[in-house]
Design a protein around this ligand. Structure first.
Ligand SMILES: Nc1ncnc2c1ncn2[C@@H]1O[C@H](COP(=O)(O)OP(=O)(O)OP(=O)(O)O)[C@@H](O)[C@H]1O
Length: 225
């Protein structure tokens, strides 16, 4: 689905990531860990075509991301749902409108889309908050709204960058449960996190690979995690 071949990345100074190769197989569950500043967010951005590698090749669904035209990029954005670290919303729109934004932007706010939206808000436990404004949500509710927005276009891959960074353990587990459910439905999941307890909880439920960025390289973490 997504393949990185000998990928390196630099923001202009020295190399941040060097010689990284990885294939994300359909239905796989990956965690990405590593110290702050190691390049986790950068790595994720390379996976979903937000950044282009300075060396090596990234292909998404068989296409080199360097060669994507505007339509290809729009298609890729639909196939890969991203939950960003800061999960920003448009504060003047309701939670429901924010979650539906990808549908609205793509002109797919049809009856099917609306039914999907109602189910989705119920699935993430935010039916009661559908009409609220984003600033009225708790941290855990914001993360679940961000997840709903990331999956509304029925992506095949969900990439979440520190989705439990600012929420308590109970809420983290609730979010993890949703991501595990998505994986059981066949979705490919990639989660960047510092939270080793979250990784251990997931490994009790799904077969997850744990990758670590260390010294600019991507390594497979040991079985102790
Ligand atoms: N747009 C940018 N321009 C220049 N440097 C950047 C840019 N974005 C990130 N960096 C730098 O690249 C390094 C890696 O950043 P990145 O956000 O990928 O790390 P991370 O592992 O996700 O960190 P954290 O766990 O703290 O979120 C950091 O030193 C950061 O300051």
């Amino acid at each position: 689905m997504i393949e990185l071949e000998d990928v390196s990345y630099s923001y202009g100074g020295g190399e941040l990531l060097s010689g990284i190769s990885l294939t994300l197989q359909p239905g796989s569950f990956h965690f990405l860990t590593g110290p702050s500043g190691a390049g986790k967010t950068t790595f994720l951005k390379l996976c979903y075509g937000d950044l282009l590698p300075t060396a090596g090749r990234v292909s998404a669904f068989g296409q080199d991301v360097r060669n994507l035209g505007r339509d290809d990029i729009a298609r890729l954005r639909r196939r890969v749902g991203v939950v960003h670290q800061d999960c920003e919303f448009l504060d003047h729109l309701s939670v429901e409108e924010n979650v539906a934004l990808p549908l609205t932007v793509s002109g797919r706010d049809s009856a099917t889309g609306e039914a999907n939206l109602t189910d989705l808000l119920s699935w993430v436990g935010l039916s009661a908050q559908a009409g609220s404004l984003p600033p009225e949500l708790s941290g855990g509710e914001r993360q679940r709204a961000a997840l709903a927005r990331a999956v509304i276009m029925a992506p095949e891959i969900i990439i979440a960058d520190e989705p439990t960074g600012n929420i308590d353990w109970e809420m983290s587990l609730r979010l993890l449960t949703l991501l595990v459910e998505l994986n059981r439905m066949g979705k490919t999941i990639v989660i960047a996190t510092h939270d080793l307890n979250l990784i251990r909880s997931a490994k009790a439920q799904v077969q997850a690979r744990v990758l670590r960025i260390r010294d600019r390289q991507l390594q497979l973490a040991g079985a102790d995690l």
